[in-house]
Design a protein. Structure first.
Length: 278
């Protein structure tokens, strides 16, 4: 089925309900939590209880509904993001222009492009990690049943099937070392690299980190500047890959450890020489 037909059918089904977070209702619950928490503090001086009687009573009852609501929200955002991306591509093709591509680039720089968002990658990886931990559990349904980590000729990618013919694939191969991303970071442009590789591309040491990169340093792929300062460590992807390719991960861990020790040693030797005026 063509995307246009899928999109039309999906949106017709959404006419009577616009997906949104019931912010006011959740805020009221949390307000009662605060009142309940303060009253308990006055009585027994507890600093931070592990459980909240208000939340446990009200949110757990709606756990399945909340997960379904989250799934509907993300699906709604993704299918519309795909629609915008496709129509911009069609616009450029018909008009022989790059205006659609420029608009897409601007949306990415403003962090409005969900398909390039590191949080989407983390959400997918989090779902798979959670599913593996509770594989024998009969608890609430998963956010995305179609999420999976795939290996094609040892090249990993995250996949998510929204509908029969709509699939999102996120490559987890570092474009610098051409290996599986290790200790992955996402730059603000949305491209993912190993942390060590990103530091090398930004001309900074692992000790200083990506925050020390100059504003004019560019992404190795899209050549955009200023993409290092707001970079994000992808913790859930790191956990997922370490579990899925354990043997390879251990080998990379040893290699990375040696490289990091070398850079740390060089850094402090340089600092000592500078201090002593050598």
């Amino acid at each position: 089925m063509k995307f246009c037909k899928i999109y039309q059918d999906y949106m017709q089904g959404q006419e009577n309900q616009l997906h949104a977070v019931d912010f006011k209702k959740l805020k009221k619950i949390l307000k009662k939590c605060r009142e309940d928490f303060e009253s308990h503090q006055e009585q027994d001086g507890q600093s931070c209880p592990r459980h909240c009687s208000v939340c446990d009573g009200k949110l757990q009852k709606n756990h399945v509904a909340l997960i379904q609501e989250g799934k509907d929200l993300v699906t709604y955002a993704l299918i519309n993001a795909i629609a915008v991306r496709k129509i911009l591509k069609k616009y450029d093709k018909i008009h022989y222009s790059k205006q659609g591509q420029n608009f897409k680039s601007k949306a990415q720089s403003m962090h409005m492009e969900i398909l390039q968002s590191p949080w989407l990658c983390e959400l997918m990886a989090f779902h798979i990690n959670l599913r593996e931990e509770k594989v024998k559990s009969n608890k609430a349904p998963a956010l995305f049943e179609g999420c999976s980590l795939n290996f094609d000729d040892e090249n990993p990618s995250l996949s998510c099937e929204l509908f029969d013919s709509i699939k999102i694939d996120i490559d987890l191969t570092c474009s610098i070392c051409l290996d599986t991303v290790f200790d992955p970071v996402s730059l603000t442009c949305g491209h993912i690299f190993c942390h060590t590789c990103a530091c090398s591309a930004a001309s900074v040491t692992i000790v200083d980190g990506l925050k020390a990169a100059e504003p004019n340093e560019k992404c190795p792929l899209c050549r955009k500047t200023g993409v290092y300062e707001g970079s994000l460590h992808l913790e859930e992807i790191n956990i997922l890959l370490s579990r899925s390719c354990h043997e390879h991960w251990e080998q990379r861990l040893q290699t990375e450890r040696r490289e990091r020790i070398r850079q740390v040693k060089e850094h402090w030797e340089s600092q000592c020489r500078a201090f002593m005026g050598v």
